[in-house]
Design a protein around this ligand. Structure first.
Ligand code: PEP
Length: 249
């Protein structure tokens, strides 16, 4: 059975003190669902988060990484560096990376390959902009993002992949995709994986929804057949809200 996952993307929020505080609050909350829980703090606080969560079931993920082993890439972080601070999961392809840092499919493919070579797990994000959806191009855009960065992978690589559909128009805007829109796209994605690979892989891969998920709408979205969890931005910065979303399963 495929995994249910709720992952919090903290983005460029929370300094060291705030990281400590939020993690200790999360640890005090009662978790009533069996969803896997992840948080992705900023790079400089990953070591602290790893230490604080060493004995808990909460997984620490990074928000990005570079594709090279090491070298002259000022300001960048490698997979080996992440692993050295206890981080074995990485978010790749977030729309903010694509939009503000020009991360395109060919670069993301290199990052995916490096993460897999380093035996890391990947939350791979993709999603259409409003201008795509408004002219009916959303399926085409999502298909090409997935095809270009992931469809060269071998069957066994898919054990390390989690997909995250994040319509750009719903991220941080308060405007959530309707549960029906999310389900429609998730079913499309699962079918795409089935057609390119097989139904064993498509039925096993977790597909998360991201875009203004809150405690008030999580249950309805997570209730859809092909929605296996969420990638949460704003609401992940508050322990009550985040755990309420986790417990929506
Ligand atoms: C995100 O950044 O991945 C995200 C879904 O943000 P928000 O929940 O704030 O829309």
């Amino acid at each position: 059975m495929r995994k249910k996952i709720v992952a919090g993307n903290w983005k460029m929020n929370n300094d060291l003190v705030a990281t400590n505080t939020l993690i200790s609050e999360l640890l005090k909350k009662e978790k009533t669902s069996n969803a896997e829980v992840m948080i992705a703090p900023t790079f400089v606080n990953l070591l602290e988060a790893s230490k604080l969560l060493k004995d808990s079931s909460i997984i620490v993920a990074a928000q990005n990484m570079h594709f090279a082993e090491n070298g002259a890439y000022t300001g960048e972080i490698s997979a080996t560096m992440l692993k050295s601070v206890g981080v074995n999961t990485v978010i790749l392809g977030h729309s903010e990376r694509r939009e503000y840092f020009n991360e395109a499919d060919n670069l993301l493919k290199l990052k995916v390959d490096k993460a897999l070579e380093e035996e890391m797990k990947i939350i791979f994000c993709f999603g259409e902009k409003w201008e795509d959806r408004s002219v009916g191009n959303h399926f085409m855009v999502v298909e090409s993002q997935i095809r270009n960065a992931l469809f060269h992978l071998e069957d066994e690589n898919w054990e390390s992949i989690v997909l995250a559909y994040e319509p750009v128009w719903a991220i941080g805007t308060g405007q959530t995709a309707s549960p029906e829109q999310a389900q429609e796209m998730h079913a499309f994605i699962r079918n795409l994986v089935k057609e390119h690979y097989n139904s064993a892989i498509s039925e096993e891969v977790s597909i998360l929804y991201g875009g203004s998920v809150k405690p008030e709408n999580a249950k309805e979205i997570f209730g859809k057949n092909d929605v296996d969890g969420g990638l949460i931005g704003g609401a992940a910065l508050n322990a009550d809200n985040f755990i309420a979303i986790v417990n929506a399963f």
